[in-house]
Design a protein. Sequence first.
Length: 417
Amino acid sequence: MTEVATETTEFDVPPLRRLRYFHGQLLSARDFQREQAYFREKLKLRMRCLLGYGVVCGLYVEPVTRHDEPATEADGPPESEEDAADAADGADSQHRKAKVRITPGLGVDCDGNEVVVRGGCVIDLWEALPEDERDTDTVWIGVEYHERAVEPTRTVYNSSCADSSDCEFGWTDESHVVRVTSKRPPKDERCETCCSRCTYKVLWLARIDGLRRHEPLRPRQIHQNIRRPFGTRVPTVITGVNWIHGHTYTIDEAKELLGTQKDTGGLVVRFSGDIRVDTLKPGVMDIQVIEGGAGRNADTWFMGGKFEEPGETAEEYTQQLRFRQTTRETLQDGDRVMVTVRAAFILDRCCRPVDGTNVGGKVPYLGRGREEADDEAETETRGGCVLPPSGIGPWTSGTGAGGDVFESWFFVTEERS
C-alpha cells in the first residue's frame, strides 16, 4: 500500500475554547471576555474562509472641492470650474488644500474584522501623511479596523488579586482609522487566504497622483481600481488589448497590427497579474477571418500565428502576450477578423483560470488614451455604460465566475472613407 505524503501546516487560528457552565460556578470579568473572544474568533474565521475579504459596498474616495465646504465672508462669490484652475496661486489656501471624502460603506479586512464607515469622513491628505513621507506627489489611502474603550463606569468592587481603578471603560467602540502613505502597499500574494492570516490589515481604497498641498484634487487624479473586491480571491483578468474592439482598419493598418510583415507586430493582450507561460500553448489563441461577402457565400478561414511574446527564454510567469501572424494570407475589403482567447486554458500563478469574458466588448485599448483617440474610434467604442457594474473603472474582462472565452473582432476596409 502506497502512502501519500502531504505537507502539513498549522492552521493560524487561536485555540477555540468555549465556556462550560455548571451550578455554583464563580465567573469573573476574564471569563466573559474570553467567551466574547470565542464567538468573535468563530465569526472572523467563518467570514474570511467562506466569504473572503475586501470592500463590500461604498467606501468610495471622492475629491473635496471648495463648493463642498462651508463658505465664509472672506470667500466672496463662488468660483467657476475655470477659476478653480488658479488654485496654485496660494490665495485662500484653507479651502484649496488637497482633501478627499470617503463615503459611508462596509469592508472586511483579511483578519475577518468588519470595517464600518458610518457617516463618511473628510481627510486632509497632507495632514494625514507622516511627516517623513511628505516629499511625494503620489499617495495611497485606506481604512483600518480600530477599537477604543469608551463610556467610563465606576466600579462597585475592586479586584482582590490586582489593583483596580475606581473607574473603568464599560464598552468597546468598533470603529476605523484612515491610513495615508506614500509607500506602495504590498500586494497579497497568497493563493489561499483561509488557513493563514495576512500581515497587512489596511483596506486600501485608492491611489492619488499629482498631489499638491494647496490644490484641490480632480476626479481623474483618484484611481480606485486598486481596491480589493469582496471575495475569497481576486481573479486574474484581461486589462487591455492593442486593438479597438469593433473598429474598422484599412488593410495596411490591419497588416501592421497583425504583424504580417513585421516581426515586432502582433496582437497584444495584457493581464492584471501573472499567468503561467507553460499554459500558452497552440490553440489557446486563434485569429479567424470571415471573408466579406453576401449571405451564405462568405467563407471563413484560420490565420496561422504563434506567440512571439513571451519567447522561448521567458520566465515562468508573464503579464502580457503577443500573438503574431506567421502566414501570408491576405485580407480583403469587407473582411471581419475574429480574435479568440480561450481564457479557461490560461492559468494564473495560483493555477486558476483567467476570468476572460469580454463584457460588453469594453476591455480597454492599450494604445492612445480614450481622450486622445480619433473621433471615429471614440464613437465606435463609446457606450451607455461608462463604468462597470462595480462602479470602479476602468473596465476589464470577467464576470467573477472565472474561465470562459475572450472574444473580440475588427473589420477591414480597402481604404478609409
